[in-house]
Design a binder for this molecule. Sequence first.
Ligand SMILES: Nc1ncnc2c1ncn2[C@@H]1O[C@H](COP(=O)(O)OP(=O)(O)OP(=O)(O)O)[C@@H](O)[C@H]1O
Ligand SMILES: [Mg+2]
Length: 253
Amino acid sequence: MQPVVELKDVDVAFGSIHVLEDITLTVEEKDFLGLLGPNGAGKTTLLKVVAGLLRPYHGTVKLFGEDIAKSTLRSKIMIGYVPQRITLQSQNFPTTVYEIVATGRISRENTFKRLTEEDHQKIEDALRFVGLYELKSRMAGELSGGQLQRIFIARALAGEPSLLIMDEPTSGIDIGSQVAFHSLLDRLNKEQGLTIMMTSHDIGAMSHMCTKVACVNKKLFFHGLTEDLFRGDILSKVYGYHVHPIFHEEHLM
Ligand SMILES: Nc1ncnc2c1ncn2[C@@H]1O[C@H](COP(=O)(O)OP(=O)(O)OP(=O)(O)O)[C@@H](O)[C@H]1O
Ligand SMILES: [Mg+2]
């Protein structure tokens, strides 16, 4: 099977500061990959490289077998990307929730596309999926941070992505909604076979949800099955100090 993402020897720098070094990582179809690492480790940078928003100065990035430096925009359109911090500049942002999610149906090739019946259906399905259908007519500027985050997840889903990339999607979401959100991601991954890459600082939640984990801190310290994350002292190496995981009952079953 064709891998969804293939990074080979990827190096990224901002000016003279090297942020990622020698990253070689493959994401297979139907993987649910959790990206772990401390603040400033390069997680967001890595996701931006995969989404085609940042270009590495060395190495290759392939999506669905196509080198993104050489390919047309086609492969990028299959990616749903939810950025880390979503803020709208103004409380009076003149756009409804529905309109934001609708932009997920508009491709870069066809910016002024007229929305079809199918498009409207996908937009409504995505809004229901994140549990915010009732807010569809509200102005986006009136929403809370967590609601806005879910709206942008709906926007990504409305585009029917083959790869969903989410940067700390649960950081602004309350505990109750997080449980629902986790089961939503589980359904997307297991039932619909969607390939997912996400970051989070919640190692416990990640180890429950993700099938695979990658630990990054400038370099790739670990990439493998989630159950192998707690063997040895991988976490201590990535975080730079001793990490002692405490297992709850569910982990021991
Ligand atoms: N546009 C930029 N210009 C200069 N430096 C940048 C830029 N973007 C990121 N960096 C730097 O690159 C490093 C990695 O940043 P990145 O945002 O990828 O970290 P992260 O792992 O996502 O951290 P966090 O957990 O805090 O979100 C940081 O030191 C950051 O300051
Ligand atoms: Mg980040």
